[in-house]
Ligand binder design. Sequence first.
Ligand code: PXL
Length: 279
Amino acid sequence: MENKNIKRVLTIAGSASGGSAGIQADLKTFQEIGVYGMSVITAIVGRHPNTNNNVHPLSVEAIEAQFATALEQTGVDSIKTGMLFSTEIIHAVADLLEQTQDIHIVVDPVMVGKHNSILLRNDAMDALINRVIPQASIITPNMIEASILLDNRPIQSVEDCRQAAIDLHQEGKRYVLVKGGRLEGPAIDVLYDGESIYYLEVPRIPTLNTSGAGCSYSAAIAAYLAKDYTIFEAVKAAKQFVTTAIAYSFSYTDKPGPIHQIANRYNDPIYKVKTYKES
Ligand code: PXL
C-alpha cells in the first residue's frame, strides 16, 4: 500500500567511494531526515593508485536507465543534483529533469572536490548554466563556485556573498544560497529570493572534518522541501542538520574526515542556527 507520509527524494550525483561525499553523503542525509532516498549515479569518483585517473563517468544510457527505474519503481517528491561532470551528462540530466513536474529541484553546482578532483569540466559550465540551473528552485554555490559562476569575481566577505546571491538570482521563482563556509569568523550563508536577503549564521566550528558538508546541505534542503517545508524553512533546517553533523565530525585518517550525519539522531544542536532578514 502506498505510504504517503514517507516522501521520496532523488539525488543525481557522483559516487564518492570513500563514503563522505557525493551520493553516499546524500543517501545518509536522506535516511537521517526520514525520507526515502534514491540515486542516479552520474560518475564514479575514486583514484586509481596506478593511473591516478579519478573520475569514471557513466554513459548517458546508464544515467537514463537509473532515472527511469527510480521514477517507475518509486516516484519522486523532490530532486537534488550534485556532480554532473560533462556537457554530455548535463544535457542528458537536463532532459530528464524537464520530464518532471511540480517538484522542487535543488541544484548544487558542484565543481571541484576537497581533494581538487575536477567534478565539473570547464567546458561543461555553459551547459550547467543554460540547461540545469534554470530548472532549479534553489541553487547552493559555495564561495568558490559563486565566484566561477560570476566570471571569477573574487568572493571573500559576507558582503561579497550577499552581492553574489543578488547577481546569481534570475527571473522567477529561483532562490540563491551562497554558502560562506570559507569565511573567516562565523559561518554565514546568504539566501536571496529576489526580494529579501536572509542571513543564516552559526559560529565557526574548529574542525577540518567537513567532507560532505556541501553535498549533505543540498541533500537536506531537498529532503525538507519534499516534506513541504518552505524554501526558507528548508534551508534553515538543513543548515542546522549539517552544523550538528560538523560538530560531531571525526576522521579515520590524518586527512580531513567526514561530517557525521547520524549525530542528529542522538544529540540536540550545540550550535543553533540564527537567522535574520536584512531590513
Ligand atoms: O564535495 C563535493 C563532491 C561531490 N560529489 C562527489 C565527490 C565530491 C568530493 O570529493 O567526490 C562525487
